[in-house]
Design a protein around this ligand. Structure first.
Ligand code: MLT
Length: 271
């Protein structure tokens, strides 16, 4: 796992992996992670299309500092897509990356050949969840990224992954431990303040694939099914033996589902 090198970007330019040829699939990582979470997807899917995986502002190798919102992260992704000239795209996001994906879909629907919403949801934070964000902001200020990782780990992976896939557990912990504390704080504020997008689902025109781990306790299968039922052209793929991090926990079925979907969207290797 984690074969992407994390060489720090010393400029303000976006940091991203760009591999493969043909129509573009853009992968947006979750919190508090970076593009290395997609290593298994990049390796496999770049054989059939062009895969672009950015580090969101302040994450991974991105040297872009300062506060952000979910909408401004979507603007950053849009700027990269424009800069690379890869429209139309299939846009995929996991959890926080899914919030960014939905914000992008609202603002730039014409850019999209398809959407992949992975272990994510459209609803805003509940009052309890907002309180939880505040507590986590205090935690990261007082005790750093490792304390946040410690608190989140039990909910991120299925019991089976935690018990029998130490490589995945360690790779995930490394990503979380390495997230800069200031970025964790900005992301928590951005997620706390994000709008409810449930009412926008019915107006999504792009073909959509919803993916969820059968043991995801952060954004469970019933939440995924509700999204599927509200988006006009959506299908749902439930991944057995996965929690919230289905692309890292069960890369094979996740890759197969995405590969099939991008082919249906007309995205494939140019050769
Ligand atoms: C994520 O995986 O990106 C986060 O768990 C999302 C969230 O906390 O809402």
């Amino acid at each position: 796992m984690a074969t992407t090198t994390n060489t720090p970007n010393l400029t303000d330019a976006p940091s991203y992996t760009d591999r493969g040829r043909g129509g573009a699939l853009v992968l947006v990582h979750g919190f508090p992670l970076d593009r290395r979470m997609w290593d298994e997807q990049i390796d496999v899917l770049s054989k059939s299309c062009r895969v672009i995986a950015p580090d969101l502002r302040g994450f991974g190798c991105s040297n872009r500092a300062g506060a952000f919102t979910i909408e401004s992260l979507a603007e950053d992704v849009h700027e990269l897509v424009e800069q690379l000239g890869v429209k139309p795209i299939v846009l995929a996001g996991l959890s926080m990356g899914g919030y960014v994906t939905l914000a992008y879909a609202k603002k730039y629907p014409a850019d999209l050949r398809g959407l992949v919403l992975i272990d994510t949801k459209a609803a805003a934070d509940t009052p309890e969840a907002r309180e939880g964000r505040e507590k986590m902001i205090q935690l990261v200020r007082a005790r750093g990224a490792a304390a946040v990782a410690e608190q989140m780990m039990p909910k991120m992976l299925s019991e089976g992954t935690r018990r029998s896939r130490p490589g995945v557990v360690n790779a995930l912990r490394t990503l979380m431990n390495e997230c800069p504390p200031a970025t964790i704080e900005h992301a928590l504020a951005a997620m706390r303040d994000r709008p409810d997008r449930t009412g926008e689902l019915a107006s999504i025109r792009a073909a959509t694939l919803v993916i969820v781990g059968d043991s995801d306790v952060i954004t469970p299968p019933d939440v995924a099914e509700a999204m599927r039922s509200q988006i006009p052209h959506a299908t749902l793929q439930v991944i057995r033996g996965a929690g919230h991090m289905s692309p890292m926990e069960q890369p094979e079925p996740v890759n197969q589902a995405i590969e099939r979907f991008v082919a249906e969207c007309g995205v494939r290797n140019a050769e």
